[in-house]
Design a protein around this ligand. Structure first.
Ligand code: FE2
Ligand code: FE2
Length: 132
């Protein structure tokens, strides 16, 4: 992961790594033209990881007084909606035919952690050094 996205909080950084790996696996499965149920399974896993991660991240932002909590939560909600749409799109047994289109639509997945840059800066400056 790009160092500018490291928060210095191990739990969050580990979650980000797993989310990035799972998001990359979705794109690889589409590229390999894997069957719809394989792609769908990985998208479902990604959705679960994100839901859990966003809950943890939002609690952490609330506890630490992160000043952009509301905007950040909105981004989380938008991302969850996109991934929910992906879940439906990957239920199509004819997925293989449209995998190129889906790959373009889902290309944001390679930047899935990017919206946390300011959060990472805040945590590094104000919170992560307090950990023992
Ligand atoms: Fe976030
Ligand atoms: Fe995050």
């Amino acid at each position: 992961m790009d160092p500018e996205y490291l928060t210095g909080i191990e739990e969050i950084d580990n979650q980000h790594r797993e989310i990035e790996e799972t998001a990359a696996a979705v794109l690889e499965a589409l590229e390999a033209r894997d069957k719809w149920h394989i792609v769908h399974y990985i998208v479902v896993r990604l959705h679960e990881l994100l839901r859990f991660h966003f809950t943890v991240e939002e609690a952490l932002m609330r506890i630490t007084g992160f000043p952009e909590l509301d905007d950040h939560k909105r981004v989380h909600q938008e991302m969850l909606q996109i991934v929910e749409r992906m879940k439906s799109a990957t239920l199509d047994p004819n997925l293989g035919k449209d995998s190129e289109i889906l790959r373009k639509q889902f290309s944001f997945l390679t930047h899935i952690v990017d919206h946390d840059k300011r959060l990472a800066e805040f945590m590094v400056a104000n919170v992560s050094h307090l950990k023992r």
